[in-house]
Structure formats: C-alpha cells, structure tokens
Design a protein around this ligand. Structure first.
Ligand code: APR
Length: 253
C-alpha cells in the first residue's frame, strides 16, 4: 500500500521550480550496503572504521586502509541501485531545477542515471594520489597495495573524504548555492549529524524552503523539518516521483 503524502507537500512539489535532495546511508542500506558500523565484521571486527578513514591511518598503515576500502569497493560495486535511486532520476527529469547532493560514496546514484549530482564525500570507484592529487580511474588489482601514482610514484588512496579532511570546495559551494535557492528541500536517509552536510537543511529553511525529512527513525532534524515522513525512502520517493512525471497518453485515457 502506498504511503499517504500530505496534500500540502504534493502541491509544493508540483509547483516547485528549485528542488534539492540530500541523501545518506539509509538510501544505500536499501541496496544492501552496510553502514560504517555494520561493516565491522570478519577480519575487520577489531577495527574502528572511523579510525581507518583518516589520513593519519593511511600514513600509519597504507596497506591496511587500502585493503579495507578494497573490500568496501567490492561490496559497493556488487550492489544495485534501488527504488529510491531510480525515483530520484525521475524527480530530476520532472523538476525544472533539481540537484541531488549525496554523502554516499558508492556511486549508485550515478549508476541509476542521476546527472544533476554532487557526490559530496567522493566516490570509492576512483582514486587519487596521496601526494600530488592526480586522479586514477583504474589500477592493477594484483600489484602493489596501495598501487603507485602513474604521475609521481606516490601512493594511491580512495577519492573519498576522510574524517578530519575538508570537502571539495567547488562542490560545497555549489551545494550551498542550490540550497539557498531551493523552494523544497528533502533530507533522505541521513542522520543529518555530520557537518557540513548537516547544515544544508538548516540553510534551506532559513532561506525560505519547505524542508521535508524522509527517515524511519528520528534525527536531529525531524522536529525542525516542516514535514517528517516517517518511512523508508524506498516507500516514499517512488510515490513522490509519480506526482511530477508527465502523464503518458495511456494513463491520461
Ligand atoms: N532505510 C532507510 N533509512 C535508514 C535505513 C533503511 N534501511 N537504515 C537506516 N536508515 C536511516 C537511519 O535511521 C539514519 O538516520 O539512515 C540514516 C543513516 O545515518 P548514518 O548512518 O549516520 O549515515 P549518514 O547520515 O549518511 O552519515 C553521514 O557520516 O559516516 C560518515 O562520511 C560518512 O557519509 C557519511 C556521513
């Protein structure tokens, strides 16, 4: 059974010229991708992922960090986009100015077909040199771990934002700009607790947007949002997408 969407939200969605959506790990969870904490199984149970995801950890033990991310990469590449990912592609196509901002590093939004997309925390499918920053899109999986940069010989690292690192400036500025212009802002499957992404819904609200949270669990944002849809993203986004998609002749008949 479809979840009931408040009529005010439907009205706003159909009228909105500028819509911004922020997604987090809850959307990937629907594709079977474990969150950081859930990833603590097997040989990795003894490690705190937050301590592996830092530049200091990489400098201390590059092989360990490389291997951890290699396993995450395998899991993520094996996963498939889910109903939320595809519904967000439909929303992009049905709304004049749409931007999807994700904190997820799995690349599933891109694989589903989202193109108005900012991957704020990077993408695990890509590497860059720890020393010179040159990007690498392929490397010898059987060779040295981590592989070396073809440009300077430095060590390759996943192109993801680690704890204690800044976000790519250009992307962050684009995220702020779109958020300030948004008529409607959705925070989807994120605990809205990690900065600077966590500030986006607040900026949206201050700038006059109607802020909607989609999350089965309460977060710091839930009571501040104009509307909290207490459900999984996969149950809500496809229903919202139907309200903005052009009707086919068959449906019109
Ligand atoms: N379906 C929908 N939502 C879910 C599901 C699910 N199956 N499971 C969990 N959630 C919700 C949780 O209730 C939680 O509020 O998704 C949210 C996930 O929150 P976090 O695990 O904190 O993930 P996120 O907000 O994306 O974290 C932000 O922090 O760990 C760092 O850099 C990492 O990008 C990540 C950032």
């Amino acid at each position: 059974m479809d979840i009931e969407i408040p009529s005010e939200l439907i009205r706003r969605l159909q009228k909105a010229e500028h819509v911004v959506v922020l997604t987090g790990a809850g959307v990937s969870a629907e594709s079977g991708i474990p969150t950081f904490q859930e990833a603590r199984t097997g040989v990795w149970a003894a490690y705190d992922p937050a301590e592996l995801a830092t530049p200091q950890a990489f400098l201390r033990n590059p092989r360990l960090v490389w291997d951890w991310y290699a396993e995450r990469r395998q899991e993520m590449e094996a996963a498939q986009p889910g109903p939320s990912h595809y519904a967000l592609v439909d929303l992009e196509q049905g709304i004049p100015h749409f931007l999807l901002i994700t904190q997820n590093i799995d690349g599933l939004h891109w694989r589903a077909g989202s193109r108005e997309l900012l991957e704020l925390h990077g993408n695990i499918g890509r590497c860059r040199c720890f020393d010179c920053g040159t990007y690498a899109f392929g490397w010898d999986e059987e060779g040295a771990k981590p592989p070396s940069c073809a440009h300077c010989g430095g060590l390759l690292r996943p192109d993801v934002v680690w704890f204690g690192e800044g976000l790519p400036g250009q992307q962050l500025r684009a995220a702020y700009r779109a958020t300030e212009q948004a008529h409607l802002f959705f925070s989807v499957g994120t605990s809205a607790g990690v900065q600077p992404a966590a500030s986006l819904p607040l900026i949206a609200r201050r700038s006059g947007a109607y802020v909607v949270e989609i999350n089965p669990h309460e977060t710091a944002l839930s009571l501040m949002a104009d509307c909290w849809l207490r459900a999984t993203p996969g149950a809500v986004l496809p229903v919202l997408a139907r309200w903005v998609m052009p009707q086919t002749e068959e449906e019109d008949a």
